[in-house]
Write a protein that binds this ligand. Structure first.
Ligand code: ATP
Ligand code: MG
Ligand code: MG
Ligand code: MG
Length: 565
């Protein structure tokens, strides 16, 4: 490819809307252009990077026995109604109607679709295990689509689903995917860490997130330098500390007992869509369940509050489970903003509210329960406070001080067990002749987010520094003077040789000043610049500059190819 023909419009200025480095640099270097918030065109350079990441992903999935297929982006509402997620998914789901007024959505994920597909075709244990995957656009109407490709509303995901006979099979599939993900991000040249994505305290680790370490990461992780402990801080083990009853602030008086769906709760909060509030579920030591919903970015307050009522965080990574709790336990709904801001509400059964009352002591106002026995005697004692793990806290596994870091979630592996197969009746006949639900797992890689994460981790003041395995091109050949015929002839020759040798190379044949050509090359981030200048003509030397190290190497025309490799 000749740079004069390349569709990579670079910008001198950093666009104002771009807050993080990857967004800024990919706009400036001509990789992406915005169509609407969170919706981007991938220009040729970006597309080459994405194809390389996809190839790595595909090779690793295939190596584990994954079979690629393609499912529809447009999904009928019925299968989502069967699992209950049509109502629970909320406004993050892009919905549409056909001319007959039938409901559809643009797939945010494909558990419903693939389980429905498999249930019609798999009948016997002999057909299991199965690992099926696709690489496709996903659609999520994120509340805050920002940071360019990092949180898009249309984005590329690899999603694989495993189908096994039993939990032992699921464990094997899970391990295969965990290993494959480790290889994928290693091959992409990224520094990452796999972290437990649910509390190890409850139910073991049924999920891991793969985090690319970067300051701009939205997730906080804690990890141990001495053992293999690593967890998403939000989901990490909680630290017991002594409770301070005085710290509790009064409840506000507003409350609506008996409200029972996430939609109702959202409406009550006046925030409209259910996805504009965050949900976290907890379990108390008496076994009751409390669900907290919090508006905006007030999780920290909310967690503090729940700590004060002695709750342990539950593994509640999915909306259905939360909806289930709402339906079975909702005894109270009311704002309990720590600062009176009403940003936090909790939904809990009577036991939890009793504990809450006990902690709040003299400060408490009227609480509104449904079915609470008003004569019940509350004991103001109990409380063991808990909080999220912090830097230098003892590691839950080995006791050494833990470290904290920020990360970008580029992938997640997840044991689903029989959640979807039960809801959608995807069963098989076992060796013993008995019918049982297929045991499932799901495994996602954010392909477009991985590209953005790679930039977050690999740049300098001049631009992007692509890791070689995912670079759009490996080398650009730059004649210093486009007017010098000897130089341009040499550049053509070297460029031709590189291409013939299978090196993905570009020739910067533009009639531009050398500074412009070098600047663009650094901004775009090709791993190697091969410069043809006066030295080439007078001393028979080809200059090769390594983008990452800034190193300059000189080779003779006979051995530069060896040197480049
Ligand atoms: P997040 O916590 O960032 O919202 P998620 O946990 O909702 O992500 P998953 O459902 O686990 O995402 O999807 C699998 C992968 O898809 C994620 O690990 C991430 O890499 C990618 N992904 C999810 N949402 C987006 C998005 N809006 N834009 C780009 N990539 C995304
Ligand atoms: Mg999400
Ligand atoms: Mg996540
Ligand atoms: Mg995830």
């Amino acid at each position: 490819m000749r740079v004069s023909r390349l569709f990579a419009p670079t910008l001198r200025e950093t666009p104002a809307e771009a807050e993080i480095i990857s967004h800024q640099l990919m706009l400036r270097a001509g990789f992406i252009r915005k169509a609407a918030g969170g919706i981007y065109s991938y220009l040729p350079l970006a597309w080459r990077v994405l194809k390389k990441i996809e190839t790595i992903v595909r090779e690793e999935m295939d190596a584990k026995g994954g079979q690629e297929l393609a499912m529809p982006v447009i999904q009928p509402a019925e299968m989502w109604q069967e699992t209950g997620r049509w109502s629970v998914y909320g406004e993050e789901m892009f919905r549409l109607k056909d001319r007959h007024n039938r409901n559809f959505c643009l797939g945010p994920t494909h558990e419903e679709m693939i389980t429905t597909l498999v249930r019609g075709e798999v009948r016997s244990y002999r057909q299991l295990p199965l690992l099926l995957y696709q690489i496709q656009n996903k659609y999520r109407d994120e509340i805050r689509p920002r940071f360019g490709l990092m949180r898009g509303r249309e984005f590329i995901m690899k999603d694989l689903y495993s189908f096994d006979r039993d939990e032992a099979g699921l464990d094997q599939s899970y391990k295969k995917m965990y290993d494959a993900y480790t290889r994928i991000f290693t091959r992409c040249g990224l520094t990452f860490r796999a972290v437990e994505a649910d509390s190890g305290a409850i139910g073991g680790s049924g999920s891991h997130e793969f985090m690319v370490l970067a300051e701009s990461g939205e997730a906080a992780i804690s990890y141990c330098g001495s053992c293999d402990y690593a967890a998403n801080v939000e989901k990490a083990e909680l630290q017991p500390v002594q409770a301070q009853a005085e710290e509790c602030l009064p409840l506000t008086e507003k409350a609506t007992p008996g409200t029972k769906s996430i939609a109702d709760v959202s409406q009550y909060l006046g925030v409209g869509p259910e996805r504009t509030i965050k949900t976290l579920a907890y379990r108390t030591d008496t076994g009751s369940v409390v669900l907290a919903l919090v508006r905006g970015d007030h999780e920290v307050n909310e967690i503090k509050l729940l700590n004060q009522v002695g709750c342990l965080q539950l593994d509640m990574a999915n909306d259905e489970a939360i909806a289930g709790i709402l339906q079975s336990h909702a005894g109270y709904i009311g704002p309990v903003g720590l600062d009176g801001s009403e940003n936090v509400i909790i939904v809990a059964d009577a036991t939890v509210m009793n504990m809450y009352n006990a902690v709040c002591g003299a400060n408490k106002r009227d609480l509104h329960y449904s079915n609470v026995n008003p004569s019940r005697d509350f004991k103001p004692a109990i409380i063991a406070d808990i909080r999220l793990i912090q830097a230098n806290d003892p590691c839950p596994r080995c006791g050494e001080p833990v470290k904290t870091a920020r990360g970008i979630e580029v992938g997640q592996v997840f044991k689903l067990f029989t959640k979807y197969s039960t809801a959608l009746q995807a069963t098989f006949i076992g060796e013993d002749g008995k019918e049982r639900p297929i045991v499932m797992g799901c495994y996602g890689v954010g392909v477009s987010r991985t590209m953005a994460a790679a930039v977050e981790q690999n740049y300098d003041q001049h631009g992007i520094i692509w890791p070689v395995p995912i670079a759009p091109y490996q080398a650009v050949v730059i004649p210093v003077s486009s007017k010098d015929e000897a130089q341009t002839a040499w550049a053509e020759k070297i460029y031709g040789e590189l291409c013939a040798q299978g090196v993905e190379a570009l020739l910067d044949d533009r009639n531009e000043r050398p500074g412009v050509k070098f600047k663009d090359a650094d901004l775009i981030g090709y791993p190697l610049k091969v410069t043809i200048g006066p030295k080439t003509i007078s001393e028979n030397l080809i200059e090769v500059k390594v983008r990452r190290t800034g190193e300059t190497l000189y080779f003779s025309p006979e051995d530069y190819l060896e040197g480049i490799r």
